[in-house]
Design a binder for this molecule. Structure first.
Ligand code: NAD
Length: 360
């Protein structure tokens, strides 16, 4: 049997309790994984002097595949997001977020099957920011000739042709591989004529190479948000610059019933890191309360990536069957969040394991 070596970052907040469940569930599928467990995030700053020790990057570079629990980022001050730093350091340029409805999940929408492909390296996430009153901010304010109020803080939005080319190509290649029909490029190119304009122009060039195989269309991000809540069935694969991708991912997670069930993957040229869309939900830390599904479904994407497609399908079906039954599920999947029949993270995991063992 193939033995895969995968880096595991348990994360913080509710991350460790969720990833413990995921390890057990993968074990039950029979796929042999040797986990290289490494620590990152706020909890390790005292020990290593940084939230992202070199050993974490070294492990992922060696193994080429990683599964990550969520990591907390301090808001406004403190270190920059480790989640963003990991994507940048490893050049994981494509963030893939499939959003589909599972039977039994309460949502206003049925039959959603969307895939969000978010650019991961550029845009306002590039981390090029200047504090109010800094020389750099003042120089830019002078350059902008009365367009910026003096004393403003500045964030730079870089978008490159190379970066756009590879993300749009990733979206089209994904569409071809997964028998999808259409890719929609989402921008605000009517306002940001240079940055989003370049994204759109490049998307058109790439789309032309797939003509006759995959349909292509364009939407402005504000209109896209409205359309997604009015007629999500019209859309298939969406490709977006980083910030819009982040926001629209959460919107799509909302369409399918919430963050508890929205998986994700970050792909580079030869390295991939799998993680849920949701964060560390710190208020539930240690309470064995939150839904493990999003990380479980991220692990399903990982099994597919490792070529373990049979195990991936069995695991996905077991998760989907437990959700459809609605008995051994966490609070967020019950009709009301204080439903006393809700089970904990680990009990939901056990129910999924039972299904896998029974050949669900
Ligand atoms: P969050 O996703 O952690 O939680 C928001 C709310 O969503 C929770 O309070 C909870 O009600 C619900 N929720 C989230 N995950 C759930 C789950 N698995 N099951 C059931 N309900 C769930 O978002 P936040 O509170 O904005 O962020 C908390 C921290 O996580 C922040 O520091 C943020 O920066 C970080 N974060 C990390 C990642 C990542 O690791 N990739 C992603 C997003 C946010």
């Amino acid at each position: 049997m193939t033995k895969h070596t995968v880096t595991l970052i348990p994360g913080d907040g509710t991350g460790p309790e969720i990833t413990a469940v995921v390890q057990k569930v993968i074990d039950a599928t029979g796929v042999a994984i040797q986990w290289d467990v490494v620590e990152a995030g706020a909890d390790v700053v005292q020990k290593y002097g940084t939230p992202l020790p070199d050993s974490v990057l070294a492990s992922i570079r060696k193994n080429k595949v990683a599964l990550k629990g969520p990591l907390t980022t301090p808001i406004g001050t403190g270190f920059r997001s480790v989640n963003v730093a990991l994507r940048k350091e490893l050049e994981l340029f494509a963030c893939l977020r499939p959003c589909r409805t599972y039977k039994g999940v309460r949502s206003r929408f049925q039959n959603i099957d969307l895939v969000v492909v978010r650019e991961n390296m550029e845009d306002l996430y590039a981390g090029v920011e200047f504090a109010p009153g800094s020389k750099e901010a003042d120089d830019i304010i002078a350059l902008a000739k009365n367009k910026i109020i003096p004393g403003s803080a500045i964030s730079i939005k870089p978008i490159s042709k190379i970066g756009t080319e590879r993300i749009v190509r990733f979206a089209f290649d994904y569409a071809v591989k997964h028998n999808r029909k259409k890719v929609t490029a989402v921008t605000k190119a009517n306002i940001m004529k240079f940055t989003d304009g370049l994204f759109l122009e490049t998307a058109r060039e790439v789309a032309a190479r797939y003509k006759g195989r995959i349909d292509y269309e364009e939407r402005l991000v504000d209109n896209m948000c409205m359309q997604l809540v009015q007629k999500p069935e019209l859309y298939d694969v969406l490709v977006l610059p980083n910030l819009y991708g982040d926001i629209v991912s959460d919107l799509c997670a909302g369409l399918i019933g919430g963050l508890g069930i929205a998986p994700g993957a970050n792909h580079g040229t030869d390295t991939a890191l799998f993680e849920a869309v949701h964060g560390s939900a710190p208020k539930y830390k240690g309470l064995n309360k939150v839904n493990p599904t999003a990380v479980l479904l991220s692990a399903v994407l990982m099994l597919d990536h490792l070529g373990e497609t049979d195990a991936a399908r069995r695991m996905e079906k077991a998760v989907s069957d437990v959700i459809a039954e609605g008995k051994s599920v966490t609070y967020d999947l019950k009709p009301s969040p204080d439903d006393p029949s809700a089970v904990g993270t680990s009990q939901m995991g056990d129910a999924i394991i039972q299904k896998i063992r029974k050949g669900s």
